[in-house]
Write a protein that binds this ligand. Structure first.
Ligand code: PLP
Length: 471
């Protein structure tokens, strides 16, 4: 499990007579991030009036002085621009309202009496909405606790299909697994777990834009291949794969095909039936639904073994009392996402392009990561040579702008992003990358403000850094 993403936390104490002290440092002394430290204090005096704040950050053994001018920031303190929608999304108002209403429905959705039937009816309504968004029929949808569980269930199923309890290959002789080097950690680590237990797992490389080369897949497939897992869209760089084409190839080789569509649903058209995949994973909290609920599409006739054993919920494929409150929220979010898909694509990609143009125009020597056209409409990943991603992130955060960086603190490790590294971006550039992921609520003014704030931050960090600002 990644260690806590908590690198620094701010605690502000207002003392009597206005001595204002703030300790922003809470250094996480975990061995994996030991050379990260934030040493911070806030300057200022008198009746709670603070003139400026500063703190020092050590990132990769380099010191950064972070200065925040509170005078100019006062108005901005109230406004936070969240532009990290690939990490999670806020609940849509309609979703929130539907969930609040559903709080009254307490029956167990497996009970036969009226309260149970009412709860069950809501679950089935949600199943229909989720199925529609995924291009599937309701009976192929199983509710889970999220994308991670959906992905793990498929990997465990494949492991059971590959060998018996002693690890001896089962009848088919198909014992090999294929995935890509840029998958989400819940897929990568599931695959690593198989590898650890002696299974043959191939991690296919990707091209400079993050696309899987079909020729590489063709070469890797054999009569021993049991299972292929390729994500529909990448969470860090937004690159979208041609899942229909990939699935066709995999199926013609006689293997099972899974796609992690957690970042794809609600952002681009997804059609599980048409793509002809066996399994497709989804998560509610990426589409303005609640956290802790997701779904797995299982093609009719494709095998699935439960990860969680217990009662007979979900045809015995996923035990546990229905999280009908969460499932209903997921259903409502899916219904809205399906209705708004076209609008989302047009409006959000226009804002994303505005951000890209603004960065390109104002900040020299940058690199845009990901595919130029086959990319999620909301994602922009940029490397800023000569500036550390975390220093950029913290500087932006101090100005009320919330973004993500692929490496270090966020993931609890000092390793540069495995996704960027797989696209051939070196460790230095990978460490200096920021993911902007847009969503509903972001305005043109927000984008202009981000560019206005980001430009001097990059100039300052580059000037401070001892890294060379080479192309
Ligand atoms: N797959 C991808 C591509 C993701 O981006 C995420 C979450 O960030 C997951 C899987 C995990 O989903 P969940 O948070 O619902 O477990």
């Amino acid at each position: 499990m990644p260690s806590a993403g908590l690198c620094a936390a701010g605690y502000h104490f207002n003392y009597l007579f206005g001595v204002h002290i703030s300790v922003i440092a809470k250094v996480v002394e975990r061995s994996r991030i030991r050379n990260h430290a934030v040493i911070a204090r806030r300057a200022g005096a008198g009746c709670g009036v603070v003139l400026f704040s500063y703190f020092f950050v050590i990132i990769n053994n380099k010191w950064y002085l972070m200065i925040q001018n509170n005078k100019s920031k006062t108005a901005l303190n109230d406004k936070r621009i969240y532009i990290d929608f690939n990490a999670s999304t806020p609940l849509k108002d309609e979703v929130k309202a539907a969930m609040i209403e559903d709080l009254e429905i307490f029956g167990n959705a497996s009970s036969m009496h009226a309260s149970g039937r009412l709860a069950r009816a809501r679950v089935e309504q949600a199943r229909e909405a989720v199925a529609k968004l995924a291009g599937a029929s309701p009976e192929t949808i199983i509710f889970t606790s999220g994308g991670s569980e959906s992905n793990n269930t498929v990997f465990q199923t494949m492991r059971s299909l590959a060998s018996d309890a002693e690890g001896k290959p089962l009848g088919t002789g198909r014992v090999e697994f294929i995935t890509t080097a840029i998958e989400h950690p819940c897929v990568l680590n599931s695959a690593m777990e198989l590898k650890k237990h002696g299974y043959n797992v191939t991690f296919l490389p990707v091209d400079e834009f993050g696309r899987l080369r079909i020729a590489d897949l063709e070469k890797a497939l054999s009569e021993k291949t049991l299972f292929v897992s390729v994500m529909a869209a990448n969470n860090e760089i937004g690159t979208v794969q041609d899942i229909k084409k990939i699935a066709k190839l995999v199926k013609s080789a006689g293997a099972f095909m899974h796609t992690d569509a957690v970042q794809a649903i609600g952002k681009i058209p997804v059609n599980a039936d048409d793509w002809a995949v066996d399994y497709l994973s989804m998560s509610a909290h990426k589409i303005y639904g609640p956290k802790g609920v997701g779904a797995l599409y299982v093609r009719k006739g494709s095998p699935l073994f439960p990860l969680i054993h217990g009662g007979h919920q979900e045809e015995g494929l996923r035990a546990g009392t229905y999280n009908n409150f969460g499932i209903l929220g997921f259903g409502k979010a899916a219904q809205i996402a399906a209705q708004e898909l076209e609008k989302y694509s047009g409006e959000i990609s226009a804002l994303r392009d505005l951000l890209r143009r603004g960065i390109e125009k104002n900040i020299p020597n940058i690199k845009i990561n990901g595919h130029p056209t086959e990319v999620l409409p909301n994602t922009l990943n940029v490397s800023f040579p000569g500036a550390e991603g975390e220093a950029i992130l913290l500087s932006l955060d101090m100005q009320g702008i919330e973004v993500s960086t692929g490496s270090a603190c966020a993931s609890g490790s000092l390793e540069p992003s495995h996704v960027l590294m797989a696209t051939g971006v070196g460790p230095e550039l990978a460490h200096g990358s920021i993911r902007f992921s847009l969503g509903w609520g972001i305005t043109r003014e927000d984008i202009n403000y981000i560019v206005e704030i980001l430009t001097p931050i990059i100039a300052r960090l580059r000037a401070m850094s001892t890294l060379s600002v080479g192309a």
